[in-house]
Design a protein around this ligand. Sequence first.
Ligand SMILES: *Cc1c(COP(=O)(O)O)cnc(C)c1O
Length: 404
Amino acid sequence: MSVPSDARLDTLLQHTGQAPLDPATGSGPVAMPSMRTSTVRFADMEALDRAQAAKARGERVPTYGRVGLQTHAALETLLCELEGGTRAFLAPSGMAAISMALLALAGQGDHILAADCVYAPVRYLHKTILSRMGVRMDFVRPTVEALTAALRPETRVLYLESPGSLLLEMLDLPALARWGRAHGLVVVVDNTWGSGYVYRPLALGADVSVVAATKYIGGHSDLMLGAAVACDEALNRRLGETHYALGSTVSADDAWLALRGARTLGLRMRQSAVHALEVCRWLESRPEVSRLFHPAWPADPGHALWRRDAQGSNGLLSVAVDFDGAGARRLIDALRLFGIGYSWGGYESLVTQVEPQALQTHGYWAEQADARLRAGSVLRLHIGLEDPRDLIADLQQAFTQALA
Ligand SMILES: *Cc1c(COP(=O)(O)O)cnc(C)c1O
């Protein structure tokens, strides 16, 4: 039994990373077990020498537990299938994967250009660690014009996220990646939104894709995990060195959970995406809604880019409502099925209020001149796998209560 070389992604997601068969019995488990171990043992010194030699050539050969054994390797292979990379480096969270990638690619005196719409803790990474190392980072509008104006002789990395955090604006990733490469920059993209299933930055011209498997890949809100995936051999070596030096390690149980989640990634993302569109349709009918931010929604300004570059969508959407801060809080508190909480990509629906200070860092928001929009509040919803009719009924009663 082997997977045909032309198998499609949904097939690969089921067949990649199967547990090996025991040659003595010719049988093995269907599901990859969680291989918990802190170290590796060898049959003899020659076997150890062979492993060391392969490792020196840059191959993924565990000689100690930190890099992980078959469970980790299976997840890495699957992440490579998703992202179209050749190596995946696991990290204990999405943020740890981002830190690992930026620490691998920038050093003293270097400059990183980042989109102003990226996941906000990246600014904190710069403030607390990268700046102390002498790395300068600027957050600018992700347009060729703005990036060109901010480019410096010492710029080394272009760091993007598409669609952007908070307002989900689609970037023209192929154009930005082309520009970055033309200026000798390594293009790194946070692909947590697409998770390799509905958006594939490496195929769109990026060099490194980082993903929080905490979100859709895990999919059940029960683990934290991240990865950096790349194709280029020199980049893989660079990421591998940093991964090793940081001692970044992931529990076999968490790798196992991520692998288990990935088997149903397609189903869950597709279903959440259908539900999100139904919720969008209802929200659009509400007089209190001034804007929807969801690239799969036909009225979204990023819809054409989404159609061109993405293979699907997910359950994440932001919505601008006419309620002031207090009204938005009443609305959120009135919801029964939406948990109040950060994160997304799990089976369940969640809601947060997007903080006005966070919006201020976003050039895209500053460009929204509409006074009505700016007077209101922005909520971020993750639409989960509940029956969308129940979610809509819940929103309906919460709007009514917030208006009362
Ligand atoms: C959640 C998130 C991360 C960080 O992932 P953690 O596993 O929570 O550290 C990074 N980028 C984006 C876009 C995210 O939504």
